[in-house]
Write a protein that binds this ligand. Structure first.
Ligand code: ATP
Ligand code: MG
Length: 659
């Protein structure tokens, strides 16, 4: 790390709007041939076989893609495989039993390493235990667990016996657990007694018990992991079991991995619910696993000898695809961290990178903005030279945050992949290939090879470069959701109805995000289409305005919402967090206004700017804009129960009325 002051860095990097992949990276990258785009186009859909070929199949597929019942597409039809076998057994068989599969670090600093042999043993024993409890193929097992190794073990144990899992993020409430168990008719629950957050032991089991009271059907069995070491004395009935005892009872047992049809459900995952009711997204065994493995190989550039770290929670799709299934299918070492990034100090993540010599790091823009806010001094004492590739997912990343990440974490020697995708897509869709494409900060990149991403107008014509429109995907892909659980109708409504034309059998997937495209087909995702303001008849994307605001040095994060306005219809309301050491004063306010006017035009001039220490966020770190809208309009506040930081709402209201 150099001592170059931020000002110079800003000046130098600000100028630069594209970056070539570093040569040393390209030399060793998994995918380096630019011809891969053409190869997929010419040989579509058969080119997808190279994704499926990353796996071991019990039975080869007969057909790559069956489109007969579109949009209920089927992939690798006739093929059979087992996901746990692919993520564990085959690496043991291939002579890598002593390699670390999972390296886990608890918040208090304790560590555990599972070699592939350890993982094999543990997954088998727990699979035997689940079966003994009565779990059968196709029974949905709910996993309400924090970031402890027993979570991926339980996922793989389920996969081994063909029981789909439904992971419920541990930070979710008892109600959220009940809703999801009810929706999935799930009769089995694996949970734990508690876990650590900022040094405190949280009582998780109490929440699980409360959730269970809201389950409308009979729950057969509940398995509880003893994370806190308090010997779990508070079981509520005979159907409660201690995880360790179960595994001990099945010591040394082996369970033959069940051959699953490619199209059999691997898991169910409810979307984060940033907009409306969570949807039960169904992912399959063959297509999903191929896609997770392929994107891990092509985009994350994962090799078996790497130590790879995705700092998401396994409770989100990112953790499913890129902590568990993708990395383990490729036989690498995947890291898990239990705690928060600023505990005990703000350099915790960098300490983990240094200690484990992490090669690849994948995180979210919201985390990167926190790192920026905390300041680069927290990285400076740490040796991050092991890093080879950086990634982000979850939200648009503004160029300033991208460049900060590139410079201060990657030391200008790691490509940064900005990956657009969703729970529904199963894996990455729009991003650069790090060994092939140049990077343009703020723009995710082109659709991946074989992914037909297009930005279109309501008339389905593609937009001109520079114009905004709706992001669509015009061909199916192996990782796509197959339906919403027991709700085929809503599946068609949510994702296909807007742009498809069933009469001519034309199916267009609409992810409900807005985007722009440039002359090189690079896509800049602007956010959800419902996050568009109508100011005096001009449609303005909130993300674009936000990007202009966080482009102002001193502003760490911003949320823009529309407030009712007598004349304009809607007006731009800004809620912004300042960086540590910066005051939210008149001067900063002016600079924000100037930057917005420069970037978008006077039409986007903010009506009001409120500086606040935090923004209301969901548990997955996404800003709850609808609450800010309520505040802007002086309306009664909507539900705040899914917020990570509910107290901030009052605080912001106070600031607004003080102004
Ligand atoms: P719900 O669908 O229940 O409202 P959600 O959309 O927040 O919740 P996810 O599937 O976790 O649930 O998030 C996917 C969304 O996140 C995308 O549709 C997009 O809006 C945003 N997103 C993800 N990655 C990126 C990225 N790299 N750039 C821009 N936006 C992104
Ligand atoms: Mg969504």
């Amino acid at each position: 790390m150099t001592d170059e002051p931020d000002v110079e860095l800003e000046a130098r990097l600000e100028e630069q709007d594209s970056f070539e992949p570093p040569e040393e990276f390209v030399e060793q990258a998994n995918v380096t041939d630019p011809g891969i785009y053409e190869e997929f186009e010419e040989n579509w859909p058969d080119a997808w076989e190279q994704a499926a070929d990353l796996l071991d199949w019990d039975d080869e597929w007969d057909e790559v893609l069956v489109e007969e019942d579109a949009p209920f597409y089927e992939w690798f039809v006739g093929g059979e495989l087992n996901a746990a076998y692919n993520c564990v057994d085959r690496h043991v068989e291939n002579g890598r039993k002593n390699q670390a599969a999972i390296r886990w670090e608890g918040e208090l600093g304790e560590t555990r390493t599972y070699t592939y042999q350890d993982l094999y043993r543990e997954v088998n024993e727990f699979a035997a235990a689940l079966r003994d409890l009565g779990v059968e193929e196709d029974d949905v097992v709910t996993l309400y667990m924090p970031m402890i190794p027993e979570l991926p073990i339980a996922m793989l144990a389920c996969a081994r016996i063909g029981a789909p899992h439904s992971v419920v993020f541990a930070g979710f409430s008892a109600d959220a657990l009940a809703t999801r168990m009810n929706s999935a008719d799930s009769e089995y629950l694996v949970t734990c007694d508690g876990y650590y957050r900022r040094g405190d032991a949280l009582n998780h089991k109490e929440k699980a018990d409360e959730g269970l009271r809201g389950v409308e059907h009979e729950v057969e069995d509940i398995v509880v992991v003893d994370r806190l070491g308090d010997k779990l004395t508070h079981f509520l009935g005979a159907n409660y079991h201690d995880y360790d005892e179960l595994v001990d009872d099945h010591d040394g047992e082996r369970v033959e991995p069940v051959s699953r049809d490619a199209e059999d459900m691997l898991f169910l995952m409810y979307t984060s619910g940033t907009t409306g009711q969570p949807k039960g997204v169904k992912h399959t065994t063959g297509g999903y696993l191929s896609y997770a493995a392929w994107t891990s190989h092509a985009v994350l550039d994962i090799e078996p000898e790497d130590t790879y770290w995705c700092s998401a929670d396994i409770g989100w799709i990112t953790g499913h695809s890129y902590i568990v299934y993708g990395p383990l299918a490729l036989g690498t070492t995947t890291m898990m961290y239990e705690g928060t990034p600023d505990y005990p100090e703000k350099d915790r993540l960098w300490e983990i990178v240094e200690k484990n010599a992490v090669d690849i790091f994948y995180t979210a823009p919201t985390a990167i903005r926190s790192f920026m806010k905390w300041g680069k001094e927290h990285l400076e004492g740490r040796d991050l030279s092991s890093l080879r590739l950086l990634g982000t997912v979850g939200e648009p990343i503004n160029p300033r945050a991208w460049k900060w990440y590139y410079k201060h974490v990657g030391d200008e020697s790691c490509p940064v992949v900005d990956t657009w995708w969703q729970t529904e897509t199963g894996g990455m869709m729009v991003t650069t290939l790090p060994g092939v494409n140049e990077m343009k900060p703020g723009s995710a990149g082109p659709g991946l090879p074989g992914v037909d991403a297009k930005v279109i107008h309501p008339d389905k014509e593609e937009v001109e470069p520079g114009q905004a429109g709706h992001l669509t995907v015009q061909k199916p892909w192996p990782g796509m959701l197959r339906t919403l659980y027991q709700n085929d109708e809503r599946f068609v409504q949510e994702y296909w109805e807007e742009y498809s034309d069933p009469d001519s059998d034309e199916w267009i997937y609409f992810p409900e995000d807005g985007a722009k495209v440039d002359e090189d087909d690079y896509i800049t995702v602007l956010g959800r289409v419902d996050d568009v303001l109508n100011v005096s008849g001009h449609r303005l994307g909130t993300m674009e305005i936000e990007s202009a605001i966080v482009g102002v040095p001193g502003v760490a994060e911003a949320a823009v919402v529309g407030g009712d306005h007598e004349v304009k219809g809607e007006a731009v309301y800004v809620y912004a967090i300042t960086e540590e050491g910066t005051d939210g004063d008149e001067d900063l306010r002016e600079r924000v206004v100037d930057n917005v006017e420069d970037a978008i035009g006077p039409i986007a001039r903010p009506e009001e700017i409120v500086f606040t220490p935090e923004l209301p966020k969901t548990r997955s770190g996404k800003i709850m804009r609808r609450l800010l809208e309520d505040i802007a309009n002086g309306d009664e506040l909507g539900n705040t129960s899914t917020l990570r930081n509910p107290d901030i709402v009052d605080d912001i209201q106070q600031r607004v009325s003080d102004d």
